[in-house]
Design a protein around this ligand. Structure first.
Ligand SMILES: C[S@@+](CC[C@H](N)C(=O)[O-])C[C@H]1O[C@@H](n2cnc3c(N)ncnc32)[C@H](O)[C@@H]1O
Length: 297
């Protein structure tokens, strides 16, 4: 039996006007989350509240001095230290947000949006939710005309994800439905455009995804080990309902670019996860059509 608990959006969406997507340009407004950067590159985020103040190592910061100022403002503290103030990007937020699980990092989130071809207006299914990093990226991709339905089995994860999503957007997004459900028991939605999974055993989702996806829809799974990738790919090929199964990983090598030296950073993240995708065919089961790299159209 699956536990079921559905998150319903609050009717009052006034916080969105205060700090949601509609206020991402123009002067800073009360209720917005901003990023502070000191002259050494140290960072801190805060939500602007009229009449409130923040103590930081650079000194005393009154929120009222920021409300109404343009993004990119440099504030000087009474202690004479300069602070750059910007809006936080989604990548900044994801890396600093409170976590209840391993999250998907921005380099992989960016690739997932392209690999799963998440487009404005798409209907996307996601599981599990974890801390909500992927959920936020999917919401961005589908835009206000699309929707995201997400299943997460653990209540504590859902709680954390809800808080993170509200924290970043300033209000609950009306086009997101979070359900406390075991995804391995099935997907209740039909004719979805995309199925995006960050689950330990996505091969258990192949039949469910085939039933939920529209023909031509895209299946994507994010996995940390090659053994899981192999198991999943075999299941996709054996199902007879998916084609063009392929896997890749994203390696990012950051560079130090200074006035006297330009070189790769000494350290880089060697491994995060693999991205496996496949396309849902139409109708009856059949042969798997492979994806061959280097073959021209
Ligand atoms: C690695 S975390 C997901 C992280 C998330 N993508 C993010 O970026 O924050 C994997 C999640 O899958 C959930 N999960 C595991 N098995 C599940 C199942 N059968 N149904 C739904 N959720 C499941 C776990 O509870 C966990 O929260």
């Amino acid at each position: 039996m699956s536990q079921e608990q559905t998150e319903r959006p609050p009717r009052d969406n006034s916080q969105a006007a205060e700090a949601g997507r509609e206020t991402q340009r123009g002067p800073f407004q009360a209720g917005e989350r901003v990023l502070l950067v000191d002259d050494k590159g140290r960072r801190k985020t805060l939500r602007l509240r009229p009449g409130q103040a923040q103590e930081w190592h650079v000194g005393h910061l009154e929120h009222d001095r920021l409300i109404g100022q343009p993004e990119g403002t440099v504030l000087t503290t009474p202690q004479g230290r300069a602070v750059l103030v910007l809006r936080q990007t989604l990548a900044d937020f994801v890396q600093s947000m409170a976590r209840a699980s391993q999250i998907i990092y921005p380099k992989d989130l960016a690739a997932i949006l392209m690999d799963a071809d998440i487009y404005p207006g798409a209907r996307a299914f996601e599981s599990g939710v974890g801390s909500g990093a992927l959920t936020l990226a999917l919401l961005r991709g589908v835009g206000p005309t699309g929707n995201v339905v997400s299943y997460e089995v653990r209540e504590d994860m859902l709680r954390r994800a809800r808080e993170n999503i509200r924290d970043f957007l300033g209000a609950w997004p009306e086009n997101l439905a979070l359900h406390q459900r075991d995804a391995y028991e099935g997907i209740q939605e039909a004719e979805v455009d995309r199925v995006v999974l960050d689950l330990p055993e996505p091969w258990r989702m192949v039949e469910h995804a085939a039933a939920a996806l529209r023909s031509g829809g895209i299946f994507l799974a994010y996995l940390p080990t090659v053994l899981q990738v192999h198991h999943l790919t075999q299941a996709l090929m054996d199902s007879g309902q998916f084609h063009l199964a392929e896997t890749h990983e994203v390696l990012v090598r950051p560079w130090h670019v200074g006035s006297r030296s330009v070189r790769p950073d000494h350290r880089m993240v060697a491994h995060t996860g693999f991205i496996t995708t496949a396309r849902r065919g139409a109708g009856a089961k059949g042969t798997h059509f492979p994806r061959e790299r280097g073959v021209k159209e």
